[in-house]
Design a protein around this ligand. Structure first.
Ligand SMILES: NC(=O)c1ccc[n+]([C@@H]2O[C@H](COP(=O)([O-])OP(=O)(O)OC[C@H]3O[C@@H](n4cnc5c(N)ncnc54)[C@H](OP(=O)(O)O)[C@@H]3O)[C@@H](O)[C@H]2O)c1
Length: 386
C-alpha cells in the first residue's frame, strides 16, 4: 500500500539542526516532501538546498543575496508565520535560533499543526503563550513534538504511560567543556575552549550554554512546558557519555531510559515521522558492549551556578525565565566577543534574576518585553563595566 509522503516545512534549514534534518530527509528518500525552507543570512546554503529539494516556498533575512534569490523565482517567497500555517504542510520543524520562530510556532499550533520543536527560546521565553496556543489548536491536530535529544528521550519513555504514574523526569547532562576544569581556571577560559563541546556538535549559543550548564536549566524549563510537569519534578543527572539521553522515573520506582549515540539525526527523525518508527537508521546504532562503562554523578552547583539560576527563574512561573533567558543571550554574545570573562556570564544572570520586576500570568507581549529587558540589563552592565 502506498504511504503518503510527510510534507515538511523547516524553519532554520541552514543551521546545525536544519542541515541534520535535511540529512534525515535524504536518508528516507521518497518518505518526505520538503515544502518550505527558511533561513537567516546564509543565502548561499539556502540556494543549494533549494536546488536539491525543490521546495515550493523559501525565505531568508532581507539583503542583497536574499533579494537575488527571491528574484530568481525558484520558489514562492513567504515569511515564516505564513509558511508555518500552509495547508500543504503536515509538520513544521522549528530549528531557528533565538526568537525568530516564536510567533510562527504559535500560529502553527493555533492552526492545528504538529510542530517538531528544537528551538529552546520559544518555550523558555514564550512557554505560557505556546502552551495556550497548543490547547487552542489541539482538537484540530496541534501537537508539540520534542526534537532536543533529552526531551525526545523523555517523550519516548512516556509513550503509552498514564500521566499520573510519572514521578519525575530526569535530564542527563554531559557536563560540557569544563566539567573537569580546575574551578580557579574558569575565569581565564576562552571562547574557543568553551566552544569545544566534548560530545555534541551544535551552534555557538547552545554550546556556550552547555559549558555554563545554563542550557540544562533551559531544558528543565522546556520540559515543564512540553510535558506539563512542575519544575520541582524535573531533575538533572550528570552522565558524561551522553548515551542515555534522559530518563523517566515512575511512581512504582521503575526507571525508563532512552539510549543512542549522541547524534541529533535520530531524535529529528523520530519527531518528523511520529507516530511511525521509520525503517532507517540515521545515526550509527549504539554498541553498548563496545562502549563499556557508563558514568553518573550529581552536578556540581558551585562549578555551574548558571544552572541553579535558570531553575530558580523557571520555578517563579512568571516573566523571570524570559528575562533571564534574554540576559543570557546578551551575556553569551559579550563573552564570544571577548568583552567579559566566562564566569561573568553567571554573575550577570544572578544580577538580572535579582533585579527583574516580574509579571504573573504574562501574555506574549509581556514575555517578549521581559526578554528584551534582560538583554538590555546585561548590555548596560557590560557597557558600564559594573
Ligand atoms: N544544534 C543542536 O544539536 C541542538 C540540539 C537541541 C536544541 N537545539 C536548539 O535548536 C535551535 C537551533 O540550534 P542550532 O544549533 O541548529 O543553531 P544554528 O546552527 O545557529 O542555526 C540557526 C538557524 O536559524 C536560522 N535563523 C536565525 N535567525 C533567523 C531568522 N530571523 N529567520 C529565519 N531563520 C533564522 C539560521 O539561519 P542562517 O544560518 O542562514 O543565518 C540557521 O538556519 C536553538 O534554539 C538550539 O538551542 C539545537
Amino acid at each position: 500500500m502506498a504511504v503518503d509522503r510527510i510534507r515538511v516545512a523547516i524553519l532554520g534549514s541552514t543551521g546545525s539542526v536544519g542541515e541534520q534534518a535535511l540529512d534525515v530527509v535524504r536518508g528516507l528518500s521518497g518518505r518526505f516532501e520538503v515544502v518550505a525552507l527558511a533561513a537567516g543570512g546564509n543565502v548561499g546554503r539556502l540556494a543549494n538546498q533549494a536546488r536539491e529539494f525543490h521546495p515550493r516556498a523559501l525565505f531568508a533575512r532581507p539583503g542583497r543575496d536574499a533579494d537575488a534569490l527571491r528574484a530568481s523565482g525558484v520558489a514562492e517567497w513567504q515569511p515564516l508565520d505564513e509558511m508555518a500555517v500552509r495547508d500543504d504542510v503536515d509538520v513544521v520543524l522549528v530549528a531557528t535560533s533565538g526568537l525568530a520562530s516564536l510567533r510562527p510556532t504559535i500560529a502553527a499550533l493555533r492552526a492545528g499543526k504538529p510542530v517538531a520543536i528544537a528551538n529552546k527560546e520559544t518555550l523558555v521565553v514564550g512557554g505560557h503563550a505556546v502552551r495556550e496556543a497548543l490547547e487552542a489548536g489541539r482538537a484540530a491536530g496541534a501537537e508539540l513534538r520534542p526534537v532536543d535529544s533529552e526531551h525526545s528521550a523523555i517523550w519516548q519513555c512516556l509513550w503509552g504511560e498514564a500521566p499520573e504514574s510519572v514521578d519525575k523526569l530526569i535530564l542527563t547532562a554531559s557536563g560540557g567543556a569544563f566539567r573537569d576544569y580546575d574551578l580557579a581556571a574558569l575565569d581565564a577560559v576562552t571562547a574557543t575552549q568553551a566552544l569545544a563541546h566534548p560530545t555534541w556538535k551544535m551552534g555557538p549559543k547552545i554550546t556556550i550554554d552547555s559549558a555554563t550548564l545554563f542550557n540544562k536549566g533551559l531544558e528543565a524549563i522546556e520540559a515543564r512546558w512540553l510535558f506539563d510537569v512542575p519544575l520541582d519534578r524535573v531533575e538533572v543527572l550528570q552522565h558524561r557519555e551522553s548515551v542515555i539521553h534522559s530518563l523517566v522515573q515512575f511512581r512504582d520506582g521503575s526507571i525508563k531510559a532512552q539510549l543512542g549515540e549522541p547524534d541529533m539525526r535520530l531524535p529529528i527523525q523520530v519527531a518528523l515521522t511520529y507516530p511511525e518508527r521509520a525503517a532507517a537508521q540515521p545515526a550509527p546504532p549504539l554498541d553498548l558492549a563496545a562502549r563499556g562503562a557508563l558514568h553518573f554523578g550529581t552536578v556540581d552547583g558551585e562549578r555551574f551556578p548558571a544552572l541553579g539560576i535558570a531553575l530558580e527563574a523557571g520555578r517563579r512561573d512568571d516573566t523571570t525565565a524570559a528575562a533571564v533567558a534574554g540576559a543570557d543571550e546578551a551575556a553569551v554574545e559579550h563573552f564570544l566577543a571577548g568583552r567579559i570573562q566566562f564566569t561573568n556570564i553567571a554573575r550577570l544572570l544572578r544580577r538580572a534574576l535579582e533585579a527583574h520586576a516580574p509579571t504573573a500570568r504574562p501574555d506574549l507581549d509581556t514575555l517578549l518585553a521581559a526578554e528584551a529587558w534582560g538583554r538590555r540589563f546585561v548590555d548596560e552592565a557590560v557597557a558600564a563595566r559594573v
